[in-house]
Design a protein around this ligand. Structure first.
Ligand SMILES: [Zn+2]
Length: 138
């Protein structure tokens, strides 16, 4: 029995995730649709929200343009996009969303234009038969 007082979770919803990375050229706001993405072989597939959140953090660390940012909050100071603190923050934010069984999209500035991460929550019905699941985080 699911507890009616708790928000839905990924296990109640029976979802897994298909993760795509898209480097954007073209006009701003032009990108693939969810249907187009789900028809393609994902970059990675995940069975757990933790695995998917880890991937988001790793992609930000790998592809974000390392701009300096002024940090707000009690400590202040200067940080860098894609530094360990920022990656930790992205991972945590992602996990909150993924634990609910939702899709999560992240957009950031890469070295040569915008980078989109699409982490699509997929039910067994939506998952195409020919998609290969590597299952390395099971
Ligand atoms: Zn799938």
């Amino acid at each position: 029995m699911t507890n009616p007082y708790l928000p839905p979770s990924h296990s109640d919803r029976d979802v897994h995730w298909h993760a795509y990375i898209e480097r954007c050229c073209g006009a701003p706001g032009v990108h693939s649709t969810r249907d187009e993405r789900l028809a393609q072989q994902p970059e990675e597939t995940f069975r757990t929200p933790e695995g998917a959140a880890e991937w988001v953090g790793a992609m930000v660390a790998a592809y974000a343009r390392k701009d300096e940012v002024r940090l707000i909050g009690p400590m202040g100071g200067v940080g860098q996009v894609g530094d360990p603190d920022h990656v930790m923050h992205e991972r945590r934010e992602s996990l909150v969303i993924l634990l609910r069984g939702d899709s999560h999209y992240v957009d950031f500035r890469g070295e040569t234009g915008r980078v989109h991460l699409w982490v699509e929550a997929v039910t067994p019905d939506e998952c195409k038969e020919d998609i290969v699941h590597d299952g390395d985080d099971q």
